[in-house]
Design a protein around this ligand. Structure first.
Ligand code: ATP
Length: 296
């Protein structure tokens, strides 16, 4: 079955295009934030503001605490020290205005929920500007499905979809929440280049049209290099923040890792050579305090 179709724009019944977000007010704010499990410090002394419409890429080796950062912002994980606010409030489980694309795990083959049922779960429990009638909710779900090209498989049980199709449905679910911030945990995994582009374009369009802040965890910066405003790089208990040009450099990453790392620009790509990989960089050694980080 050919399940691809043209990608439709996601209409927004709530705020006007451009959003009502105050561009000066951070959507996400962390101050002197530390997260540790036992005596193992994932990151320490993190100051971070993510502003409306900003695209923040979060990079770092396996186990450096990228997903944990998203869990803190979601209110599912308590900081060890410091503070976090989302839209000026301490985040709590189930709070609205957050679109979350969790790290991909295949849905069981026997999962009987249809794609549209999953997306509908994104609408429920959130305010999105208009009274939620069954008809308006159905339109919202249809819009979100169309926006990721998922209309042809809207009624297929999700367990029967490919990994990439399931991922597009998860993006639609996050968009259906009419989010002020999107938290995306490696959303490009298992997508072919065409749909990597689809996903990054959707997220980019959303932040430009609605002022949605984006926190985008990725192992690979190249697919989002043209979109990224700032990078947060986590490693060995420390971090660096800044533009891609500031962070993705031989000197910045060598200091962060405490060993020689080479960052090479080849055509429009960044290649990092020598960064300890998942097997060796699990970071269990604890690591130094956060590098002097710039945030702004
Ligand atoms: N509740 C917990 N208790 C103890 N350790 C935990 C807990 N949650 C996460 N960890 C550990 O913290 C570390 C960071 O996990 P996290 O998933 O945030 O890393 P990550 O940077 O997203 O990794 P990956 O790139 O592999 O997805 C891991 O070693 C993980 O095992």
């Amino acid at each position: 079955m050919d399940r691809t179709e043209a990608i439709a724009p996601l209409s927004r019944p709530g705020r006007a295009a451009g959003g009502d977000a105050d561009p000066g007010r951070p959507v996400v704010r962390l101050r002197d934030a530390t997260l540790a499990h036992g005596d193992r410090v994932l990151w320490r002394g993190l100051d971070l503001d993510v502003r409306p419409g900003e695209f923040l890429a979060v990079l770092g080796p396996n186990g450096s605490g990228k997903t944990s950062l998203l869990r803190v912002i979601l209110g599912r994980q308590q900081l060890t020290a410091g503070s976090v606010t989302v839209l000026g409030r301490v985040p709590r489980r189930g709070g609205g205005h957050i679109g979350y694309v969790p790290q991909q795990k295949s849905l069981p083959a026997q999962a009987v929920l249809r794609a549209r049922d999953l997306v509908r779960l994104g609408v429920d429990g959130h305010r999105w500007g208009l009274p939620a009638t069954p008809r308006s909710i159905r339109h919202r779900v249809d819009d979100a499905l169309a926006s990721v090209g998922a209309t042809p498989f809207a009624d297929v049980p999700v367990g029967r979809l490919s990994g990439g199709e399931q991922q597009r449905v998860r993006i639609a679910q996050a968009l259906a929440a009419d989010p002020r911030v999107m938290l995306c945990d490696e959303p490009l995994l298992s997508l072919d280049p065409q749909y990597q582009r689809t996903v990054t374009d959707l997220v980019d369009r959303r932040r430009r049209s609605a002022g949605t802040a984006v926190v985008f965890v990725t192992h690979e910066i190249n697919p989002v290099l043209g979109l990224v405003d700032r990078v947060l790089y986590l490693a060995r208990g420390g971090f660096r923040t800044g533009t891609a040009d500031e962070v993705m450099t031989t000197s910045a990453l060598s200091r962060l890792y405490g060993t020689r790392i080479d960052v090479v620009r080849a055509r429009d790509r960044i290649v990092v050579v020598g960064a300890p990989d998942a097997a060796t960089a699990h970071g269990h050694e604890g690591g130094p305090n956060g590098e002097a980080a710039r945030d702004g």
